[in-house]
Design a protein around this ligand. Structure first.
Ligand SMILES: Cc1cc2nc3c(=O)[nH]c(=O)nc-3n(C[C@H](O)[C@H](O)[C@H](O)COP(=O)(O)O)c2cc1C
Length: 178
């Protein structure tokens, strides 16, 4: 029994994820792509995985470079998610979306202003259906903005965490009705 693609997407879309930019170096040029198929796989040793459609432009670069970084986006970085997903914007993805970056401890490109980044060495490349799973040994991590709200992805849209909250009034409200 095969589930139609649209039904599969609709079900998967109910699962909220964060949004990351997976980056690598093509020679000395940083490249990146928007990825939500990212997961932590093992604690000891620390392993993560990203799933990339085998047609993605960045696949040969990751294979040649043997490393990648996972840059976890903050809520105010939606524009980076769009740009690195190939949106028609300037600066374009070919220009690394004009994003400020610096090399991490292992040489991978880290985007400034993200909440956290993980520097990974590819230890497994697993073809799975139309995707490739790159399992990465995490060799360095940075948590730059531990309190920044994350950018979320849900039902094929960006989602923001609601921060409104209420508090009890300790004084005497003036209106009788309230
Ligand atoms: C929020 C979001 C999450 C995405 N997650 C993935 C993903 O996990 N794997 C993937 O292969 N593509 C993912 N994409 C799609 C790619 O980012 C986008 O299609 C790609 O950048 C186009 O590149 P291409 O020209 O190499 O196909 C995602 C796009 C968005 C907007």
């Amino acid at each position: 029994m095969t589930v139609p693609a649209a039904e599969f997407r609709a079900a998967i879309g109910q699962f909220a994820t964060g949004v990351t930019i997976v980056t690598a170096l093509d020679g000395d040029r940083p490249v990146g792509i928007t990825v939500n198929a990212f997961a932590s796989m093992s604690l000891e040793p620390p392993l993560v995985a990203v799933a990339l459609d085998h047609r993605r432009f960045i696949v040969p670069t990751i294979e040649a470079f043997g490393r990648y970084a996972v840059n976890v986006l903050a809520e105010d970085q939606q524009w980076l998610s769009d740009c690195f997903a190939g949106a028609n914007v300037i600066p374009s993805r070919e220009a690394f979306c004009g994003a400020a970056w610096h090399p991490g401890r292992t040489g991978v490109p880290l985007i400034s202003g993200t909440t956290a980044s993980l520097e990974c060495r590819v230890v497994e490349r697993i073809p799975l259906g139309d995707h490739l799973i790159f399992v990465g040994a995490v060799e360095a991590v940075t948590v730059s903005e531990p309190d920044a709200p994350p950018l979320l992805y849900h039902r094929r849209r960006y989602l923001r965490i609601e921060r409104a909250s209420t508090a009890q009034v300790e004084g005497k409200p003036e209106s009788a009705g309230n």
